[in-house]
Ligand binder design. Structure first.
Ligand SMILES: [Zn+2]
Length: 230
C-alpha cells in the first residue's frame, strides 16, 4: 500500500480538525444568557410568613450574575431588573425571542421545616440537565452546604422555554443559617460567580440533543423511568 506524502497527510489532518472544530462550535455555541430573577412586585416568593423576601435576594444575585457574564463577553437579557411582577408566559417569551440563548432562572428555596437547607438546580430536558449539572457542581465546590443535586421539574418557565433552561435554588431562606448568609452581599456574589463559572464552562461543550418526549417512542419510556429514580 502506497503511503500518502507527509504534506498531503498533514493537510488532511488539519482539514479534519477544522471540520470537527466548526461542527462542535456550531452545536455548543450560545452567545446570550437570559437571566430570570424569580418573583417580584406583589409576589414576594417563598412561603407565607417567611421573613426574608425571596424576590430581593433573587434580583440582586441575578444582577451580579449579569455583570459577571457581561465581563466575560456574553450578551445578557434580564426578564426583570427592578421590583416588578412579570407573568410567567412573558418570561418564557423573552427567552424564546433570543436566538442562540440559554435561560437561567434564579430563586431561593423555602420549606416548612426550618432544618431544610442546601442547593438544588432544576431542569426540564437533557440540555437543561447538562447545564444544571455544571452549575450545581460549581456552586457546591465553594458553598459548603447540602448538595441536593439536580432535579427534573416541569415548572412553567422551564417547560415553555425552547432553549436550554435551568432554575437554580440558591439556598433556603426558611433556614436561619442560610437566610443569614443570603442577606450578605458576599454570599450572593459567591453564588453568582459560581453560576457564571458553570455557564462559561458549558460554552466549551455541545448540548446533548433534546430528547423527543413524543409518546410511543422507545427512548421516551426509558427517559421517564430514569427521571423517576432521581
Ligand atoms: Zn422562587
Amino acid at each position: 500500500m502506497k503511503l500518502l506524502a507527509p504534506n498531503v497527510l498533514r493537510l488532511l489532518i488539519s482539514a479534519a480538525a477544522l471540520l470537527l472544530a466548526s461542527t462542535s462550535l456550531a452545536t455548543s455555541s450560545f452567545s446570550t444568557v437570559v437571566i430570570d430573577p424569580g418573583h417580584g412586585g406583589f409576589d414576594r416568593g417563598g412561603i407565607p410568613g417567611q421573613l426574608v423576601p425571596e424576590k430581593n435576594v433573587a434580583l440582586d444575585t441575578a444582577l451580579r450574575l449579569q455583570r459577571l457574564l457581561q465581563q466575560a463577553g456574553l450578551h445578557t437579557v434580564l426578564t426583570r431588573s427592578t421590583d416588578v411582577f412579570i407573568p410567567l408566559p412573558q418570561r418564557a417569551a423573552i427567552a424564546n425571542a433570543q436566538p442562540q440563548s440559554i435561560f437561567v432562572s434564579i430563586h431561593y428555596n423555602a420549606a416548612r421545616r426550618q432544618g431544610a437547607h442546601g442547593i438544588e438546580t432544576y431542569f426540564e430536558d437533557s440540555r437543561g440537565a447538562a447545564l444544571a449539572a455544571r452549575i450545581q457542581r460549581q456552586i457546591i465546590s465553594r458553598v459548603s452546604t447540602d448538595n441536593r443535586g439536580i432535579r427534573h421539574a416541569t415548572y412553567y418557565v422551564l417547560r415553555k422555554c425552547q432553549k436550554p433552561a435551568v432554575l437554580v435554588e440558591c439556598g433556603f431562606l426558611t433556614n436561619p443559617g442560610e437566610a443569614q448568609l443570603a442577606l450578605t452581599a458576599r454570599y450572593r456574589q459567591m453564588v453568582a460567580e459560581q453560576i457564571a463559572a458553570g455557564i462559561l464552562e458549558q460554552r466549551h461543550f455541545a448540548f446533548p440533543a433534546p430528547i423527543d418526549r413524543t409518546p410511543r417512542k422507545k427512548h421516551h419510556k426509558s427517559y421517564r423511568l430514569a427521571r423517576k429514580s432521581d
